[in-house]
Design a protein around this ligand. Structure first.
Ligand code: SF4
Length: 370
């Protein structure tokens, strides 16, 4: 039974130099045809699978780069196809500058109850490095458009360890975010992804990765946000009570999910496939009556277990010990002795110190061959 649906909207007004998602400026692609294609794909999939839909989430790309009428048609069509019961979460990603007061009111009217606003930083100099096309003032205005419209759960997306960003800059971004009183804050360590301009600059030595700086900013966020009542419920995510992301928790728990739209990934019964990562080709394939899938694979037990360990270890619930019977007791003892983890209710739960080392700890647990 599928509980989670993701829709990939590939349009962005401007392409950020650090971003590795499938996205492009609208160019000649018809947004009308795109919306028709996603809704047609949704209807095809609704006939093939059983749904008990709890969450629908639109990401990208920039879902709010669609015009108000296109977005409304898409959201209403998705509800019609999958929303036969009240959704626990109906959310989307928004970019500052793409949410007018009128668009925010439409989102509320069609049932959107969670919006994640891609602010990334509140210093203009950092925004310029990131190639963002919005100012801090525009980000705040967009936040208030959403809040005034009555969207019940608002997330502010931030990034740290950006080239040139100091600890004081990062602290300022956190403080400015807190002033808005959001319900949720995501604080991601910048990743240098292959095939991005940032990655090329890293390889040329123009940018550097510094583990110590990453850790310092990570600990600073945890300290500042938990002091303001946020629960640090996943390595990069902080929520006020009642505002955890249900959609993301579904991914982290290993629930099945269906992805719609170009490049979207689906995982159902340990079968994984990806949609064609080309908007025009995606649209024309659906217009011809075919599902736009490519890159299908069956997840082996080891692949599945690797994902479970990597994702569950990041959460405050922790990793159930029954997933790792192959791990030596001495390894678990050592993690506890070094203050990196505790064992509680048959789960291995990383401490704050351990969360700064999540990836190496996951690698260590996996290296003891299942
Ligand atoms: S707006 Fe978001 S999806 Fe678009 S290029 Fe920038 S980071 Fe990527």
């Amino acid at each position: 039974m599928i509980r989670h649906i993701y829709i990939h909207v590939p349009f962005c007004h401007r392409v950020c130099p650090y971003c590795s998602f499938y996205k492009h400026t609208p160019g000649g692609s018809s947004k009308d045809a795109f919306v028709d294609a996603v809704l047609a794909e949704a209807r095809m999939q609704a006939q093939r699978h059983e749904f008990n839909t709890e969450t629908i989430y639109l990401g990208g790309g920039t879902p709010t780069a669609l015009s108000e009428s296109h977005l409304e048609r898409l959201l209403c069509g998705l509800r019609e196809t999958f929303g036969h019961q009240p959704l626990l979460e109906f959310g989307l990603e928004a970019n500052p500058r793409t949410v007018t007061a009128s668009k925010a009111q439409m989102l509320k009217r069609v049932g959107i109850n969670r919006v994640s606003l891609g602010v990334q930083a509140w210093n203009q100099s950092t925004l310029t490095v990131l190639g963002r096309d919005h100012s801090p003032e525009e980000a705040a205005e967009t936040f208030w458009n959403l809040r005034d419209a009555g969207i019940p759960s608002l997330n502010v997306d931030l990034m740290f360890s950006i080239p040139g960003q100091t600890l004081a800059d990062w602290s300022y971004s956190l403080t400015e975010s807190l002033k808005l009183k959001p319900d949720h804050i995501s604080a991601y360590n910048l990743n240098y992804e292959e095939d991005t301009e940032f990655f090329a600059r890293l390889k040329r030595g123009e940018y550097t990765e510094e583990g110590e700086r990453d850790a310092e900013m990570f600990f600073h966020a945890a300290e500042q946000l938990t002091a303001h009542g946020f629960e640090h419920y996943e390595v990069s995510n902080y929520a006020l009570p009642g505002h955890h992301s249900i959609h993301n928790q579904g991914y982290w728990s290993g629930n099945d999910y269906l992805g719609l739209g170009p490049s979207a990934v689906s995982t159902i019964d340990r079968q994984r496939w990806k949609n064609i990562p080309d908007t025009d080709h995606y649209v024309s394939t659906i217009q011809q009556g075919f599902l736009p899938q490519c890159d299908a694979e069956s997840l082996s037990h080891n692949e599945w277990l690797t994902e479970r360990i990597a994702l569950e270890l990041r959460t405050s619930r922790g990793l159930p010990l029954h997933r790792i019977p192959h791990v030596e007791k001495s390894t678990l003892d050592s993690l506890q002795e070094h203050g990196h983890a505790i064992i509680q209710s048959d789960h291995l739960i990383l401490t704050l110190q351990g969360r700064a080392l999540t990836d190496p700890i996951a690698t260590q647990l996996l290296s003891e061959d299942p």
